[in-house]
Write a protein that binds this ligand. Sequence first.
Ligand SMILES: Cc1cc2nc3c(=O)[nH]c(=O)nc-3n(C[C@H](O)[C@H](O)[C@H](O)COP(=O)(O)O)c2cc1C
Length: 117
Amino acid sequence: MDTFEAIQNRRSVKHFDPEHSFNPNETRRLLEASMLSPTAFNMQNWRFVVVSNPGLRQDLRTVGYDQAQITDASLLVYVVMDRTAHSDRPERLLEGCRSGGWRADGQHDGRLLRRQR
Ligand SMILES: Cc1cc2nc3c(=O)[nH]c(=O)nc-3n(C[C@H](O)[C@H](O)[C@H](O)COP(=O)(O)O)c2cc1C
């Protein structure tokens, strides 16, 4: 599919068939595709929480402006983040900073600014 065609035809889906359910393979495929999403410094600090307990989904709907899709969608996934991810192998963040032009003294070497001119 053409990229611009995909952008023009994209829609937010708001109504779901509460009778439909994904099988485990479909769910896995969707989550694996989600894991291809980019993160700063490739920290991959997203966490995908699948909420399948109906009572919990109802509670979340109550605090979620009573939006029907919270209980009716075939899959409810909360995307949350690990806020401590930067402490795991911090050297990779340093390397990312260095390759982006940041010096040890906290100043930038101006390489991006030069490139933009
Ligand atoms: C930050 C953000 C939050 C949103 N929150 C909700 C939401 O809580 N419930 C919902 O049904 N749609 C939500 N939407 C979807 C918007 O309602 C939708 O993108 C907008 O109506 C335009 O429709 P379209 O995406 O089909 O072009 C959200 C969109 C964004 C960008």
